[in-house]
Design a protein around this ligand. Structure first.
Ligand code: 8YV
Length: 333
């Protein structure tokens, strides 16, 4: 088949996904994972009909200004706070993301962080590896906080929040949640979850998971004032986005024992991590890997590729990308 479209893939991807793309379009794939500047993005995007981009690629009006060619940008993530969707829509460029395929894997990881932070898994391992486990150990050493039977709080009850909530039943945990809008009763019932005001959630949750999308309104949704409402025995888990938590305020609360522990997969300004958090033994830290299982990352890459191809008129979904963010951009070009 002669190929009439070119696409740019801004980070290395699974070879089989690149090979799938290459059946239909010319593919220019980066071989190194790194953040691209606005100038680089502008140049790369001017030369292609579509692109698969990473969360670190900020696609805003400046980057697409004057671009007459680009038809679609496919985000390799469900969250799309790196996109200026109104600017893309105004330019007639379709934006897509990768919802659903990562819900269960990300929910698993949220629980991994909660359990690890509550039961001090990382710090105990560091202690053991450092050779400190020589003689006996005191019966009251390494005491953590319980997870089972406690009340789980979830701030942000989208698809991932609901997948987290469904797992709580197995731990015998009632779930309280806060979301802008209440879920339908059938979904609340399925998740054993009860809607409460945010301040009530913070006060009543024994452990709190953050699953909010990032937006200007959600910036520092958890700051010093919110942390002050939480129980001192609570574990805070953030698998959502850096910037939702005021990391400096969290570090103070953790150091002073006003929050028992935290499990954090995302950070303000990542990959930089607030130095105070890195010093704390009661913080379990990981490098934004909640969706990183082999199956899920493959499924995300495949969905991002399928969305791109469909938007350019190829593949089984031709003309019908599965997860468009701004379908109203269609046909504006
Ligand atoms: C990232 C995520 O995509 O989907 C999201 O919104 O934050 C993650 O799944 C992943 O870490 C790749 O950058």
């Amino acid at each position: 088949m002669s190929k009439s479209h070119s696409v740019w893939v801004s980070r290395p991807l699974f070879p089989e996904v690149l090979a799938h793309l290459a059946q239909y379009v010319h593919v220019h794939a980066e071989t190194e994972d790194r953040k691209h500047s606005s100038a680089e993005l502008r140049e790369k995007l001017a030369a292609v009909d579509g692109a698969i981009v990473a969360l670190s690629d900020r696609i805003d009006g400046n980057v697409i200004a004057g671009n007459q060619r680009l038809r679609v940008v496919s985000n390799l993530a469900v969250g799309y706070n790196n996109f200026d969707v109104p600017a893309l829509t105004a330019a007639g460029i379709l934006a897509t993301n990768t919802p659903d395929v990562l819900n269960e894997t990300t929910a698993d990881y949220a629980w991994a962080l909660l359990l690890a932070a509550a039961r001090r898994v990382s710090s105990a391992e560091r202690w053991l590896r450092a050779g400190h486990w020589r003689g006996g150990m005191r019966f009251d050493d390494w005491l953590g906080v319980d997870v089972h039977g406690k009340t789980l709080g979830i701030l942000g009850m989208g698809r991932i929040g609901q997948a987290i909530a469904r797992r709580a039943c197995g731990f015998g945990m009632p779930v309280l949640y806060h979301n802008r809008s209440r879920l339908p009763q059938t979904v609340e019932h399925d998740c054993c979850a009860t809607w409460v005001e945010k301040s009530e959630l913070l006060k009543r949750a024994d452990h709190l998971m953050l699953v909010l999308p990032y937006s200007a309104q959600n910036h520092h949704a958890i700051g010093a004032a919110e942390l002050a409402l939480m129980k001192s025995t609570a574990v805070l888990v953030n698998i959502a986005r850096g910037g939702i938590v005021d990391d400096a305020a969290l570090a103070v609360a953790l150091r002073e024992g006003r929050v028992a522990a935290a499990g954090l997969d995302v950070f303000e300004g990542e990959p930089a991590v607030h130095p105070a958090l890195r010093e704390l033994d009661n913080a379990v830290l990981s490098p934004h890997i909640a969706s990183a299982s082999a199956d899920t990352r493959r499924a995300m890459a495949q969905l991002a590729a399928d969305n791109l191809l469909a938007a350019l008129g190829y593949g089984p979904d031709a003309g019908h990308p599965r997860s468009p963010l701004n379908p109203e951009a269609w046909g504006k070009h």
